[in-house]
Design a binder for this molecule. Structure first.
Ligand code: HEC
Length: 188
């Protein structure tokens, strides 16, 4: 093997270790930019896994990050996960775990407003500044199983009311709201 071929083979091996470990193997298909993102075609370098570093400039790099980081939907996954873990924490009387998740729900609500400022009004008005967020936190730090349960069910209603206010009320059929609609009585 000629030295440059060995070099290429070693580089190729390093790349495959970096990007895909174990069970994922290259298909050998030619890389291509998705047609939906027309600006990508302006890139001087050919499409590769270096989707940020190979962009023509930093403005384009930031633009790509902004696209990839989504708007309200991905933060809502995180909020939903933490909301459901709060539900678990309440049943286990683990108020610290509840506060942990609840503080992060506030943070993610705020990043949602940063990304989609037209939603800030309801994020703050209905959820963060309305007393709903604070009352849930107070119920947790008061370590009162009754207050925690009561306040959680109020939170659930406000989540759903905001979906209606933001014209995505159809999302209130999401499975999480069924799973968290009440607390099992035996659990108290
Ligand atoms: C600003 C009001 C608002 C509040 C408060 C709010 N949501 Fe949302 N939620 C939205 C909006 C808007 C969307 C749709 C996002 C989009 O269009 O990308 C959404 C989407 C969702 C989704 C679907 C996510 C997906 O794309 O898979 C779930 C589940 C969800 N919210 C759960 C919750 C829960 C649980 C709470 C309460 C802890 C909550 N939401 C509070 C506005 C809100």
């Amino acid at each position: 093997m000629k030295p440059y071929l060995i070099g290429t083979a070693v580089l190729g091996l390093a790349a495959s270790v970096a990007f895909a470990e174990g069970v994922v193997h290259s298909t050998g298909n030619t890389p291509g930019f998705p047609k939906a993102y027309k600006d990508l075609a302006k890139q001087t370098k050919p499409p590769s896994n270096n989707w940020l570093l190979d962009a023509n400039d930093d403005t384009e790099r930031f633009r790509r990050l902004q696209v990839a980081m989504s708007g309200t939907d991905v933060p809502m996954w995180e909020i939903t996960y933490r909301y459901e873990e709060l539900y678990v924490a309440i049943q286990k009387n683990n108020w610290e775990m509840g506060v942990y998740h609840w503080d992060k729900v506030r943070d993610r609500m705020n990043t949602s407003g940063m990304k989609r400022p037209a939603r800030t009004r309801n994020i703050e008005g209905m959820f963060l500044d309305s007393g709903v967020w604070q009352s849930m936190r107070d119920a947790l730090t008061a370590k009162s199983p009754e207050k925690m349960r009561e306040q959680f069910l109020t939170v659930r209603k406000v989540c759903m009311a905001c979906h209606v206010a933001e014209k995505v009320g159809f999302l209130n059929d999401s499975s999480v709201f069924k799973r968290t609609e009440s607390f099992p009585p035996s659990d108290k």
